[in-house]
Design a protein around this ligand. Structure first.
Ligand code: FAD
Length: 249
């Protein structure tokens, strides 16, 4: 799936900026004239052109069916070279924000079952995905890890909306996510989507990508080679293949 033909650059207005978790602000952007915003699908992101020399990508985390606004959630990066600190400290409601996109390197494939694994701010592209698969009546589960409950944006909302399908795993209560055991044995017709910082992996030392490659899911991931080409990415943009015939719980 390509969103290239719908990619545009335009100025929007920051309608609302609200804190949704420790260190995370949710930005709601709309068109000053009320014109419809570009179409997008779960997994898509936009570039925020904060200044000519300061462009950062943010996953769209709102409702793709709502063409009147775009929403992104931004985590304050303590060692920021400017992007997230600009969003947190300088952007104010009512200001103009230039966006480019949307584009989608993380498209949602059709599958019978889904396992979503989110670490920290990696929850953002997963939000519209779980809404879409739930509306479709698919079987799905989300495991969401983060430092503390207070730092996990949208955690309570997800749990209220979807109950047992969502497992919140704050690190200070449960330790780091044990990805190899979450991925477990390969299970047919299950798509696995994961997004989050490397530190979401056990011990903070194992990269998500390495975990996936070491897990028993790898065989199943490979079997579907060539039929589907979606990619999962971590928040630094590294990509790995995801197949709808991957591992589940
Ligand atoms: C597709 C995509 C979607 C994304 N979605 C989201 C989202 O929904 N929400 C969100 O908060 N973020 C998201 N990000 C990350 C976001 O684009 C920014 O990278 C993030 O906000 C940090 O930007 P920054 O300028 O504040 O920090 P940066 O200055 O980019 O620093 C980020 C980290 O890189 C390290 N670093 C700094 N300089 C270097 C260097 N020269 N070499 C290596 N490492 C260095 C820093 O120490 C810091 O830990 C997404 C990224 C991608 C690619």
């Amino acid at each position: 799936m390509s969103t290239l033909r719908t990619e545009v650059e335009r100025d929007l207005v920051l309608e609302r900026k609200e804190t949704v978790a420790e260190g995370v602000v949710l930005l709601t952007l709309s068109d000053a004239e009320g014109r419809p915003l570009p179409e997008w699908q779960p997994g898509a992101h936009v570039d925020l052109i904060l200044r000519a020399d300061l462009v950062r990508q943010y996953s769209l985390c709102g409702d793709p069916g709502d063409r009147s606004r775009l929403q992104v959630a931004v985590l304050r990066e303590p060692k920021s070279r400017g992007g997230s600190s600009y969003v947190h400290d300088e952007l104010s409601e009512g200001e103009s924000v230039r966006i480019r996109g949307p584009r989608n390197n993380f498209p949602l494939v059709k599958a019978k079952r889904y396992l979503f694994i989110a670490g920290g701010i990696g929850i953002t592209p997963i939000l519209p995905m779980v809404a879409a698969v739930d509306a479709r009546g698919a079987d799905w589960r989300l495991v969401y890890g983060g430092r503390t409950r207070a730092s996990m944006a949208f955690g309570e909302t997800l749990q209220r909306a979807y109950g047992d399908r969502v497992s919140l795993r704050p690190q200070d209560e449960y330790g780091l996510l044990d990805l190899p055991s979450l991925l477990g044995k390969p299970q047919r017709r299950t798509a696995v989507y994961s997004c989050g910082p490397e530190t979401a992996a056990r011990g903070g030392r194992i990269r998500l990508r390495e975990v996936v490659e070491r897990s028993p899911a790898r065989g199943a991931l490979r079997r579907e080679e060539g039929r589907h080409r979606p990619a999962a990415h971590d928040l630094r943009g590294r990509a790995r293949p995801v197949r709808p015939d991957a591992a589940g719980l």
